[in-house]
Design a protein around this ligand. Structure first.
Ligand SMILES: [Mg+2]
Length: 366
């Protein structure tokens, strides 16, 4: 099954409201969609939605890299996904989001060719699982109101962005717990916003509010700092920006620096590396979450299949489309009462509407 044609689409999807984290403020998603066609009229979809403050890549760079990648892959065996990944990694250092889009498109194509939903192609049963919804950084009052709204909509866990000052961050969690009552897990994510003493101060203070775990308290490079925070607090620590791939995961696990890994297809460069991170977690007795950047339901659905594929993935944060002003995806995962449901049928099971694709800047390579 040779790759015959690759189409690239560039779009912008505004958010309902600006989304602030400790690193940056975002106002829109800027995806590049990759459609890989093969002999036999099958195609697979992938999505790259770069978040420059975290992954270092941009939509313009991803679109340019994609044109080179497409040239490398035309004519190759579409089922040689490992070979394609190795080729792309060698060709350009970095560019994880767009590499992930190609990887996901090839997994979509291969699982369609096999007649299996992607999770089954990867060896996992279909699972229905919880996702949280994420509260961006605002005043404690605004954040508490937003969190309470999520709970009313049926979400069973709330993720809270922190990472400004200790006083503000502790006040945020106190206000949110007050607003949502007991029984709903709160997860916090500082996005590298604290130094080690501040992280220890905040996490010790918010333990009283029944916080489930703390994501990326300190700078991504600070493996020893992450370990010191973990040793000093009772909350489990999740690495996010510190773990892009399985090499990072092995280093963090060996250093006993975290309890959980946040796998994101945009950091890992796709499903293949996501599976490797999950394998490292299993090897060291750790667990994983699968998270997102600001992707549409296309990439989120691929991520949801990955959750279903491996029991070591215990948590999910697949909520980015909720902030989008419009949804160009047909099929795909849905969230009902805080639970993610996978689509039926082979492959990822998500497509883009012809009307949306018509509006995108696009290029085809064959
Ligand atoms: Mg995070």
């Amino acid at each position: 099954m040779r790759i015959t044609r690759i189409e690239l689409y560039k779009a912008e999807i505004p958010f309902h409201e600006p989304f602030r984290i400790s690193l940056t403020v975002s106002t829109s998603a800027k995806p590049v969609f990759v459609r890989i066609h093969a002999e036999g009229a099958l195609y697979g979809w992938g999505e790259a939605t770069p978040t420059r403050a975290i992954t270092g890549d941009t939509q313009a760079g991803a679109f340019a890299a994609a044109q080179e990648y497409a040239g490398l892959l035309i004519g190759r065996d579409a089922t040689d996904i490992e070979g394609a990944n190795a080729l792309l990694r060698r060709h350009i250092a970095g560019e994880p989001s767009i590499r992930g889009a190609f990887d996901n498109a090839l997994f979509d194509l291969a699982s369609k060719a096999a007649g299996l939903p992607l999770h089954a192609f990867l060896g996992g049963p279909r699972r229905t699982f919880e996702t949280d919804n994420t509260v961006p950084i605002e005043t404690p009052e605004h954040m508490a109101a937003k969190a309470a709204g999520f709970v009313r909509e049926g979400f069973r866990a709330v993720k809270v962005k922190l990472g400004t000052t200790a006083v503000e961050d502790i006040a945020r969690i106190a206000a949110i717990r007050e607003a949502i009552g007991e029984g709903i897990p709160i997860r916090v994510d500082a996005n590298q916003g604290w130094d080690v003493p501040t992280a220890i101060e905040v996490l010790r203070a918010i333990e009283a509010y029944d916080v489930q775990y703390a994501e990326q308290p300190v700078a991504r490079w600070n493996v020893d700092g992450l370990r010191r925070v973990r040793d000093s607090v009772s909350l489990p620590i999740m690495a996010d920006e510190s773990v892009f791939d399985h090499h990072d995961a092995a280093r963090l696990a060996s250093a006993e620096a975290c309890d959980y890994f946040n796998i994101k297809l945009a950091k890992a460069g796709g499903i293949g590396t996501g599976l490797r991170i999950a394998a490292v977690a299993e090897s060291f007795g750790l667990s994983c979450m699968v998270g997102c950047m600001s992707e549409t339901r296309l990439a989120l659905t691929a991520a949801a299949h990955l959750v279903s594929a491996r029991p070591v993935i215990r948590f999910a944060d697949l909520d980015s489309h909720v902030d989008h002003e419009f949804d160009p995806v047909t099929g795909g995962m849905t969230i009902v009462d805080g639970l993610v449901h996978l689509p039926d049928g082979p492959g990822v099971g998500a497509d883009l509407t012809p009307e949306f694709l018509e509006r995108c800047e696009r290029i085809a390579i064959d």
